[in-house]
Ligand binder design. Structure first.
Ligand code: SF4
Length: 434
């Protein structure tokens, strides 16, 4: 990984790094940034300007608003057929600490989520070698029996590919993946989280993520979900063996796929589109420009039209502790701020940007709200997959703390559901604001 030199304060005379001037003009006009621009944003020592540009875009899109949600994570099992070198979560069945939830355990977790006032459960786990496909559809149904109002956001792309295999539809390739997603959706699945994307590059995959699915398969799973009308999130796990070019390449692949996912919606809404100078093959859909470019509305809204797009970007720093890659340093503070900012600027067609406080800390998430993020994630209640700095306890926070963090960062806190609809809350009771 190339290390970054950064200055996070303005030059005393107010000047900016000269290569950033052309980028600034593009951002001001709402023109899509190129691969070269992305590399410049990653490499310039003038991180102050990069962050300021991202903040300008963030305020243009979302004003003073910063979203949070009340959610609960359920990690149904840590037993996994794979042993990814960067993963400290997985266990083999006979190893200390291995566990799997029964459907009754899942019902209990769903009931606890309702008790805590959650609007969403976020479900991920290992690739369990023996549980049948029906376990997963039954899991969706069991949650909806106990908690019909909960939105179920579940299963990373590698889990979906695993489910396609165990349901015997893996041989059907893309159609098999889509069939499995269709069954899960019929059983109650509401959306997909964005985990497991890592960095879309075969070299990086072979060096650090061998055994997991490649980037093109991850993108296929999300494309299938979008075609079925499911919204999904997009992540990038950065700060391990990847180069800057590979980070930017990852962003470009996400952006390209989102252009396709949004094309129908954009045509319906009369959204301005422009030729993608990178590819010259398709119309670019830019949502981050000045407000006057969007007379018919800037952001896709649930219910306005058919859903099925990336709704949120979640940059994830690589945390090496307790993994086979713990000799790597992992990214820290300023680099994490810059990544949020660069992803906000490059991913101009994804509406929301999340500062995932679990991995960054709530303190850092406050700064991230000022550098491109408009969402601080949720109360979480129990998160086992990756703990910040190797923290040894389950993590959760309170609505009061999330609201305080947002206010202190200078924004107005607002609760959302999974699809970014505003929530009206009275204690544990809640409805969607009309
Ligand atoms: S990252 Fe996921 S697939 Fe890989 S070992 Fe961990 S739980 Fe299993």
């Amino acid at each position: 990984m190339t290390s970054l030199q950064t200055s996070r304060s303005p030059a005393p005379d107010g000047s900016i790094d000269p290569p950033l001037d052309a980028i600034r003009r593009k951002v001001e006009s709402g023109i899509r940034l190129s691969v070269e621009d992305g590399l410049t944003l990653m490499r310039t020592p003038d991180a102050w300007t990069v962050c300021s540009l991202a903040d300008r875009v963030r305020r243009r899109m979302h004003g003073e608003l910063a979203w949070y949600n009340v959610n609960k994570h359920i990690n149904y099992s840590n037993i996994c057929a794979l042993s990814c070198s960067f993963c400290a979560f997985h266990r083999k069945r006979d190893q200390d600490g291995a566990y799997e939830y029964s459907l009754d355990d899942i019902r209990r977790e769903a009931a606890a989520a309702i008790e805590a006032g959650a609007t969403e459960v976020h479900i991920v786990g290992g690739l369990h070698p023996w549980l049948p496909f029906e376990y997963y559809t039954d899991m969706m149904r069991a949650i909806h029996e106990v908690a019909p109002t909960l939105h179920i956001k579940a299963f990373t792309a590698v889990e979906i590919v695993h489910l396609a295999r165990i349901s015997k539809r893996g041989r059907d390739g893309y159609e098999g993946i889509k069939a499995v997603l269709g069954d899960l959706k019929d059983a109650g699945l509401g959306s997909l989280p964005g985990g497991g994307a890592e960095v879309f590059d075969d070299r990086v995959h072979d060096e650090a993520f061998k055994g997991k699915i490649r980037g093109d398969v991850w993108l296929d799973v999300h494309r299938a979900a979008h075609e079925l009308g499911l919204n999904t999130n997009a992540t990038m796990l950065y700060g391990h063996v990847e180069r800057m070019e590979e980070r930017v390449g990852h962003m470009i692949q996400l952006r390209r796929q989102q252009d396709r996912a949004l094309a129908d919606w954009a045509a319906d809404r009369g959204i301005a589109s422009q030729r993608d100078s990178e590819e010259n093959t398709e119309d670019a859909i830019v949502l981050t420009g000045p407000s006057e470019q969007y007379p018919n509305g800037r952001l896709p809204q649930p219910g306005q039209t058919r859903m099925g797009w990336f709704q949120t970007i979640v940059p994830l720093p690589f945390i090496p502790d307790n993994s086979e890659l713990q000799h790597l340093p992992g990214p820290i503070g300023l680099e994490n701020l810059r990544m949020i900012a660069v992803m906000r600027l490059m991913l101009d067609n994804i509406p929301h940007m999340k500062a995932f406080w679990i991995m960054h800390t709530l303190d850092m998430a406050q700064f991230m709200l000022q550098n491109g993020a408009n969402d601080i994630d949720g109360t979480v209640v129990w998160y086992d997959i990756t703990k910040v700095e190797g923290a040894g306890t389950h993590q959760e926070t309170t609505v009061k703390d999330l609201q305080r963090a947002i206010r202190e960062a200078g924004f107005v806190p607002k609760e959302r559901d999974t699809l970014y609809r505003p929530v009206l809350r009275n204690g544990h009771e809640w409805t969607i604001e009309s």
